[in-house]
Design a protein around this ligand. Structure first.
Ligand code: HEC
Length: 121
C-alpha cells in the first residue's frame, strides 16, 4: 500500500511539474502570429520560389533571369495597392506583362513584409 502511495505521489509531482513548466516551453507559445523576422525570411524565399526573380532584380536576392519588370530592391510598397497588384496585376493595369501568380493571402503578406523590410535604407 505504501509502495502504491509512493508511486501515486511521484506521478502527482510529475504532473504538477508538467503543468507548472508549460508556460515556459516553446510548445505553449502562441503560434498564430508569425514573428516579423520569420515573415520577412518567408517572403524572401517566396520571391525566389514564386518566380519573381524571373523578371525582377532585387539586391537581397540577385539579378533576374530577364529584366522584364522593375528592380524592386528599394521598392516602397503601398500595402493596399500592392496587395491588389499581387492578387491580380491585370486588374490594375490590363496591359501588364506581370502574370497572375495565384498567390495566397499568406504568401502576399510575406512578400509585402519582405519588400517593406528591404525598402528601408
Ligand atoms: C513575367 C514577369 C514577371 C514576374 C514573374 C513577376 N513580375 Fe512583377 N512586374 C512585372 C512587370 C513587367 C512590372 C511592371 C508593371 C507594368 O508596367 O506592367 C511588374 C511590377 C511589379 C511591381 C510594381 C507594381 C507597381 O507599383 O507599379 C511589384 C511590387 C511586383 N511586380 C512584384 C512582383 C512579385 C512579388 C512577383 C513574384 C510573386 C512578381 N512581381 C513577378 C513582371 C513580372
Amino acid at each position: 500500500m505504501t509502495h502504491r502511495l509512493g508511486l501515486l505521489s511521484m506521478w502527482l509531482v510529475c504532473a504538477a511539474l508538467v503543468v507548472l513548466l508549460r508556460p515556459w516551453s516553446g510548445a505553449a507559445a502562441p503560434a498564430a502570429v508569425e514573428p516579423p523576422a520569420t515573415l520577412v525570411a518567408t517572403g524572401r524565399n517566396l520571391f525566389v520560389a514564386k518566380g519573381c526573380t524571373g523578371c525582377h532584380s532585387h539586391a537581397a536576392v540577385g539579378a533576374p533571369l530577364a529584366d522584364i519588370g522593375p528592380n524592386l530592391s528599394h521598392y516602397v510598397p503601398d500595402t493596399m495597392s500592392v496587395r491588389q497588384w499581387l492578387r491580380d496585376p491585370a486588374s490594375l493595369r490590363p496591359t501588364t506583362q506581370m502574370p497572375n501568380l495565384h498567390l495566397s493571402e499568406a504568401e502576399i503578406n510575406a512578400l509585402i513584409a519582405f519588400l517593406q523590410a528591404s525598402a528601408e535604407p
